[in-house]
Design a protein around this ligand. Sequence first.
Ligand code: NAP
Length: 279
Amino acid sequence: MEDDVLQKILILGASGLVGKALIEEIKDVCDLYGTYFSSSVTNLPKDKHFKLDVHEVSKLKELIHFINPDAIVSCLRGDFDRQLEFHKELASELENSKSRVYYFSTANVFDGDYSRHHSETDEPFAESEYGKFKINCENALKEKLNHRAVIIRIPAIWGKNSPRMNSIKESIENNQIIDVYRDLECNNLLDTQLAKQLRFIIENQLTGTFHLGAVDMMAHGEFFEKIVNAISPGKSILKFNSLSETGNTLYWGLTSNRNDIPDFLQSTNQDIISCLLSQ
Ligand SMILES: NC(=O)c1ccc[n+]([C@@H]2O[C@H](COP(=O)([O-])OP(=O)(O)OC[C@H]3O[C@@H](n4cnc5c(N)ncnc54)[C@H](OP(=O)(O)O)[C@@H]3O)[C@@H](O)[C@H]2O)c1
């Protein structure tokens, strides 16, 4: 970070899983602002916390003029077409500024090719509408902002209090079946670890595309199995399915061929599980 001047950062989607983890990680070292949509639960002071719908492009522009942020982190959800339009407008608004955008994308940009895991240098190829939409957002930002658009692709994000973890606990309590895949190899990431990695990227002004995720891969079903067995040994609520029609293993991991995120910020899938299960 530059000398003693705190970077001003606007988090779009500050009330979500990723946004909240990021606030916890950088609230003492940055001048933080954030937006929410339906639930204003964040750790931001009221005067730095704004309601914003992806439909409200003019409000986004007002916020940018008011805050004049050094960086904007986009961790939004919402209607795909609206979000794409929103990010196009965001890129136009910042085109002649020095602000950077950190855009959260997804492993789904590769869901059209399960033949191997994918690194940052692979060309995205999506089959799902979600994956295609994320590729379009990535491109819209890069087209206008070039190296000031930093793309952060992430796998499934877990946290002690995340929707995924809460849903497993609820299913255990209510004896509800959880569908899992035995033939899908992928990685995962903790919300807190992701926040530390993004902090490192921001503080060191790293640019380009990043694949963040556990350094190893695990079968989708095995990841769930380890969690369920630890919370409720002997409970049989997992239904193991096959995703592949050919019997081949499907590979959906995000690998990285960058070496600028240090080892102490990396984790394995087992580290993630241990952390989720710790008190
Ligand atoms: N979580 C994952 O496993 C995962 C995996 C891959 C990629 N991603 C990507 O990472 C980003 C963050 O994910 P997340 O899990 O933190 O999402 P999340 O928990 O669902 O949070 C989404 C944020 O967007 C806001 N939002 C929802 N609808 C909106 C709308 N119509 N207009 C404006 N804001 C709206 C939410 O506000 P309220 O909560 O106030 O309604 C919240 O602040 C997303 O772009 C997602 O696609 C996430």
